[in-house]
Design a protein around this ligand. Structure first.
Ligand SMILES: O=C(O)CCC(=O)C(=O)O
Length: 263
């Protein structure tokens, strides 16, 4: 996972302009075959919400979420600590060094619900413009299993005040998008090991899983080295307590919870 790839400059330009890109074949089929069992097993063991789908709210129906696989399993750690992924993140952010904010497994179950429109940075007490999320499926992404959609250029608008991920954020952002002149984009079918990258404020959503197969995805959130923690909004208190190893507003994101991943 440490074999680096250099993205053509157009990727960095597209990321700057649109707030998202797709890198095909970032992990090889062999690498996915090797790592997928450990990622799925660790995600399964870490699952804490065992309620049936119909008893969960919209957020709960969208995916089963398990965080920081890197701390739970050494094979997952070597996947998350891939220098190849972190180097792409550094290139997109235009920085020399990136750290881990956190990783997560997002399993959209068979018949799992839609992922409402939202902005990740609503949750993060971090300086603007310093984060990028890698979203990598471990299975074929077809039109009916829950692919991602992005609003081009929306990262430049900052917060659209839609709140946390919910039917309400979906409604508010749909209205915001309808009033804007910004367009929606999806990368269509994806192979295991392809990856999308999106910025902290990029508006994004995913379709429901209409198939009888699960949709295993791993995401890794990278943050530029040197990024400072900002005063949290009430919605960001949780992240301040959980993902930053006790660091406080004004300090840099550099606790052992946020290891340097590149170089
Ligand atoms: O996988 C999904 O359905 C949504 C993922 C997402 O919102 C994210 O990675 O930020």
């Amino acid at each position: 996972m440490d074999r680096l790839i250099d993205l053509p400059p157009s990727y960095m330009e597209d990321f700057e302009r649109k707030g998202h890109i797709c890198v095909r074949g970032l992990a090889t089929p062999e690498e996915i075959l090797h790592y997928r069992p450990a990622i799925e097993k660790t995600a399964h063991e870490g699952r804490y919400d065992h309620r049936p789908l119909e008893e969960r709210d919209t957020y709960g129906k969208a995916f089963v979420q398990v965080h920081n696989l890197w701390q739970r399993n050494s094979t997952c750690k070597s996947f998350v600590f891939s220098k190849r992924f972190a180097h792409v993140a550094a290139s997109l952010l235009g920085v020399d060094r990136v750290r881990l904010y956190h990783d997560q497994s997002l399993l959209k179950e068979p018949n799992g619900g839609y992922t409402p429109w939202h902005q990740d940075q609503t949750y993060w007490p971090l300086e603007d413009g310093k984060t990028v999320t890698m979203w990598m499926p471990l299975t074929e992404i077809t039109a009916d299993i829950g692919s991602m959609y992005f609003i081009n250029g929306s990262h430049k608008s900052g917060s659209v005040d839609a709140g946390l991920i919910s039917d309400d954020s979906h409604r508010k952002i749909s209205q915001w998008v309808n009033k804007s002149s910004l367009s929606e984009e999806t990368y269509g079918p994806m192979a295991p090991g392809d990856a999308t990258f999106h910025a902290g404020w990029t508006l994004h959503r995913a379709d429901p899983n209409l198939t009888s197969k699960p949709r295993p995805v791993i995401t890794i959130i990278f943050v530029a080295d040197g990024t400072r923690i900002v005063n949290p909004t009430p919605k960001q208190d949780f992240d301040l307590k959980i993902w930053l190893g006790g660091k406080q507003p004004g300090e840099q994101v550099d606790s052992p919870m946020n290891p340097l991943l590149y170089p």
